[in-house]
Design a protein around this ligand. Sequence first.
Ligand code: AMP
Length: 417
Amino acid sequence: MIKAIKGTSDILPEEIVNWNYLTKIVQDQMKYFNYKEIRTPIFEHTALFSRGIGESTDIVSKEMYSFTDRSENNLTLKPEMTASVVRSFIEHSLGKQSGLNKLFYISPMFRQERPQAGRFRQFHQFGIEAIGSHNPALDAEVIQVAYEIITNLGIKDISVTINSLGIPEERAEFSNALKEFVADKKNQLSEDSQRRLDTNVLRILDSKNKTDQEIIKDAPSILDFLGSESLEHFESVKELLTAAKIPFNIEPKLVRGLDYYTHTTFEIISSKVGSQSALCGGGRYNLLIEQLGGSSTPAVGFAAGIERILLACKAEESYTLEEEKIDIYIVRLNKELESKAFEFASFFRKNNLKAEIDYSARSVKAQMREANKYHARFVLFVGGDEYENSQVQLKNMENGEQKLFNISELNKIIEIV
Ligand code: AMP
C-alpha cells in the first residue's frame, strides 16, 4: 500500500473543524488590524530563496525541496513565505500603489527536516508582512497580531520574547566580539557551531547543544552594541507592547535562523508542546527588499506554525467546539419514496438548510440512528397514511414535539427549522 510521505499528514474531517476554527480567528484578527490576504505559488525559482533567506541558513543549505523541471528550471517548494511575498511586492510594484502594504497569508510550507512531534516536512503557516514603514508601532503591531490570535484561541501558557539585532554595522561589530569571545573555546564547540563561526556566527547563540549553551552563557550581548537610533527603536517597541498589555521578556540571544532580520526579532513560545516550542517567530527585515532587487523599503512580519498552535490548543484544552449539527434529516418510510426524499432534501438545501437523506435503502430504525449520529435538530418523516393524505410529519429532536404539514407547505418547515 502506498502511504503518505514521511513528515506529511492528511487532515481528516474530525480535525478540519479545528483548522477552520483557527482560520476564522486568523481572518477575524486580520480584518480588525486591516491586513489583506495574499496568495503566491507553491513553487518559486530556487534563487529567490537562496538569495532571500541566505545560503548559510539551515533552510537553504539543507532543508529545501528543490528540483529541476523538464525545461531545466531550478525550482523549490516554498520553505517560508517572506521571500515569496517580497518577490510579489516587487513584481507588482505594490509599493507604488500604496505607501504601506499590510499583507497576510495562510499557506503550506515544505522543509526536509527530521520529522518529530511539532516538526513536519509539509506544514502550514499563517503570517503577516507589513511593508513600507520604519515606525516601531508596526513592530509592536505585528507582535500584537500574533499575540491576539494565539490568546483568542484560548492558549494561555505562552511567553513572548523579544530582542533587537540593530543595523548591519552594529551586527558586524557584535559578530566580531562574539568570534573573539569563543575563539579560545572553538574546539569545544559543536560541529555545527564551529561551522557557523565562519558562515553565520550569530547562529551559535541559538544552538540547542548543551556544551555550546554553557560556552556562550556569558557571551557579549548584542544590546550593548546598538547605537542610539537602534536603541530608541527598541525602546519604543517595548513601550508600545507595554501599552498594549502584552507581557514580554528580553532575550539578547534571540537571533532567529534567518539572515534577513534587522532591529526587532521576536518569538512566542508555548511550554506545553514539547521541544518544538516556538509557536511563531518574526521580526523586522529592512534590507531584504533591496536585496531581492526592489528599492530600499523597510518591513516587518511574522510566521506562525498552525500544527504547533493546534497542538498547544489540545494540550491546554483551550477551547471546545460545539458538535456540528445538521438541520433536518429526511426519513422515508418505504423505498418507493426515495426520490421524494431526494426532492425534499434538494428543496431544503436550496433554502440554506443542512439536510441529509439515506442513500443505502436502510430501515427506518437505521435511518433514525443516522439522524442521531448527525445530531439532526429535526427529522421529517415521509410515508405511511400521512403521505397518502399529502402530509409529512416534522419531529423536533430537541423536545420531541411533532407536527403535520401539507407537502405543498414545505416553506413553513423552513421557517421553523
Ligand atoms: P520559521 O519560518 O522557521 O521562523 O518558523 C515559524 C514558525 O513556523 C515556527 O515558530 C513554527 O511554529 C513553524 N514551523 C517551522 N518549521 C516547522 C516544521 N518543520 N514543522 C512544523 N512547524 C514548523
